[in-house]
Structure formats: structure tokens, C-alpha cells
Design a binder for this molecule. Structure first.
Ligand code: BMA
Length: 336
């Protein structure tokens, strides 16, 4: 008796990526990783999770650099082509707040928002026994940074500032953290970038790859279809907490409303430079930059050790989001 399969299942098991069936609109750069600890002008064990922005006609990355005592400094890297970067050996100057000094504050994961002729960075601050909070600073030259307000109440792991006011208020995506380490995205508002409130959770569905947490990644990009947000999400596996990148569209007037939500991730840790390192199976983005030819360069940390690049376009990401809505309407989701 022969066994008959109604679908050619075996052909696809385990080789989805190798057969070129990956539906993601994002393509990894062939020369990844683009920046590694041994290429840095300072001694370090890891360089990862950079903020990214266009500055003086160059791509600027604000690198998270860890030395061999696991102390973090932030260094600026710039590039004309978005691939080859020169790194400033001097770290940025950003004075500690009293509360950071008192609690041995450790900053990480800068996101850079250009707004009103200046640049605002949002980042996490680990406050020892108090947990993790978020804080902001302002710069105009990426040399000197001035604190904006104090830190948030713990626990909060990510803050990403929108590039313009929404309904007359500054807005940011945040990721408050539950006691078990899980957490979801919220949006909060402020009249002055110091006092944040009026918070709402995003009505994001939970996918099998975001069962543990999801948090903002890139600065939201305004499109006619909504705010385009590239975010990270995690799920536990038998061996590790695996990180993924996803994309979605948020309502322009009320970003707590998710208006297009692909069920598929756009990047998972698969390459050795994403799977092996300080923290395995991590792809984590802090910024994307649109190049003059329309390519969107997405910068991400691989395994908390090195900087990687993947490319796409805003239009491809928007189409990917809108296709997910069409797929839901036509009831085709999951049947491809
Ligand atoms: C998150 C942040 C990121 C890091 C990730 C994986 O909680 O701390 O900086 O890349 O964990 O370790």
C-alpha cells in the first residue's frame, strides 16, 4: 500500500529559506556583518543595536559598544554608502542624571528621532535593583547630548519617539515590562517631552513568534497608509528566547490602532552572525535610513555582538502590510 500525500509537504519541511520561498520583503546584505568588534577603533567585545539616522548627507549610526568589563559607551559611526562606516574613537558626551549615578545606571539601545531641527534620542536605563526605565536626550551635533527630563518609572525597556506631534502632542511607543520579563507595546503622549501619559496599549495580535514580548524598533515612518513600524518580538523555544522582526501599520491619528498586521515575521535569526554570539538567536533593530535611491537600509544587531544590514523599500513594506489586510478579507491567510 502506498502512502499518498495531498500536498508536497516534505519538499518544504526545513528548507523554506534555502528554496527561495521566503516571502519577506527584507533582504540581508551579502557582506554581513557590516561592523564587528575587531573592526572598531576601540577595544570592545561587542558592537550592536545602533540607532540610525541621516545626518549631514551621511548615514549616522549611534553604536552600543561594550568593553571587556561590559561597560557601555556610545560611539558615532558615519558612512556615505550606508555600508562602509568610519567610527569616532571618542564616545559621545552625555552627562549622567543624579538618579542614574545613584543607581549605577547603564544605558542601552539608542533610537534617534529628527524633529524640529534637532535630534532626540530615546534609550533604556538599567537602574540596578530598581529595574529598567527609559530616558531621552537632545543633540544637534552628535558630540554633546543634553538630558531631556528625568527617567521614566520602571519597568520600561524601550521608547521610540514619533517624528512629529500627533493631535498636538508628542508621542512615543514604549514597552513596559511585566514582572516575568514579558511586555507589549503602548503609546504615550506628552505636551513637552517630559511628562508622559494618556497611555494606551496597541491592539496588536499575538503571533506564535511574539508570545513573550514585542517592542518598538525603528522610528515610525509616516506613509499615506499609516505609520509604518518595524518592531521586534520574541518567543521562547526549548533552547532560547528567539528574536524576530515584524512590520505593521498604525493609524496616523491614533497609533494605538493597528490597521494592518502581517502574521509573518520579516526577519528571524538564522545566519551564524545572528545565532552565535553574546546572546544567541537575536535580531534587534534600532533604526532604518532611506537612501537617495529609495532603498531602506535597516540596521540590526546580530546576537548582541555585531551590526548587520538588510534592505527593502518603504513601498515594499507597506505593500506587505496591506497584502495582509487583503489576505484577511479574502480569508486566504495561512492557506498559501
Ligand atoms: C533586550 C534588550 C536588547 C537585547 C535583547 C537580546 O531585552 O536588552 O538590547 O538585544 O534583549 O539580548
Amino acid at each position: 500500500m502506498s502512502l499518498r500525500l495531498s500536498h508536497p509537504v516534505a519538499r518544504h519541511v526545513g528548507d523554506r529559506r534555502d528554496t527561495g520561498n521566503d516571502p519577506s520583503p527584507l533582504v540581508r546584505f551579502d557582506g554581513n556583518p557590516i561592523l564587528t568588534p575587531d573592526q572598531m577603533p576601540v577595544e570592545c567585545s561587542a558592537v550592536f543595536n545602533a540607532g540610525a539616522v541621516r545626518f549631514n548627507d551621511k548615514v549616522l549610526l549611534l553604536l552600543r559598544v561594550e568593553d571587556y568589563s561590559r561597560k557601555t559607551n556610545f560611539h558615532v559611526a558615519t558612512s556615505d554608502d550606508g555600508v562602509n562606516f568610519g567610527v569616532n574613537p571618542e564616545p559621545i558626551r552625555y552627562p549622567l542624571r543624579d538618579v542614574e549615578r545613584e543607581h549605577h545606571g547603564h544605558r542601552f539601545d539608542m533610537r534617534i528621532t529628527p524633529m524640529d531641527g534637532a535630534f532626540y534620542v530615546c534609550h533604556a536605563v538599567w537602574l540596578g535593583k530598581l529595574g529598567c526605565s527609559v530616558a531621552m536626550a537632545r543633540t544637534s551635533d552628535f558630540v554633546d547630548f543634553e538630558p531631556v527630563g528625568s527617567v521614566s518609572v520602571p519597568s520600561n525597556r524601550n521608547a521610540v519617539l514619533f517624528p512629529e506631534k500627533i493631535r498636538g502632542l508628542y508621542a512615543r511607543l514604549e514597552r513596559p515590562q511585566d514582572i516575568d520579563g514579558s511586555g507589549r507595546m503602548w503609546v504615550s503622549y506628552s505636551p513637552d517631552l517630559r511628562f508622559w501619559g494618556d497611555s494606551l496599549p496597541l491592539n496588536m495580535p499575538i503571533t506564535p513568534w511574539s508570545t513573550r514580548k514585542s517592542g518598538a524598533g525603528c522610528i515610525p515612518i509616516r506613509t499615506s497608509a499609516g505609520w509604518l513600524e518595524i518592531y521586534h518580538a520574541t518567543a521562547m523555544t526549548a533552547s532560547s528566547e528567539n528574536y524576530y522582526l515584524g512590520v505593521m501599520l498604525l493609524d496616523l491619528e491614533d497609533p494605538s490602532k493597528v490597521i494592518a498586521f502581517p502574521q509573518r515575521f520579516i526577519l528571524a535569526a538564522e545566519k551564524s552572525y545572528e545565532c552565535v554570539g553574546q546572546v544567541p538567536n537575536v535580531v534587534f533593530t534600532g533604526g532604518a535610513v532611506e537612501m537617495p535611491d529609495g532603498t531602506l537600509n535597516l540596521y540590526y544587531g546580530g546576537a548582541d555582538t555585531r551590526i548587520c544590514l538588510a534592505t527593502t523599500t518603504v513601498q515594499k513594506l507597506v505593500d506587505f502590510c496591506l497584502d495582509s489586510v487583503n489576505c484577511e478579507k479574502s480569508n486566504l491567510c495561512g492557506k498559501a
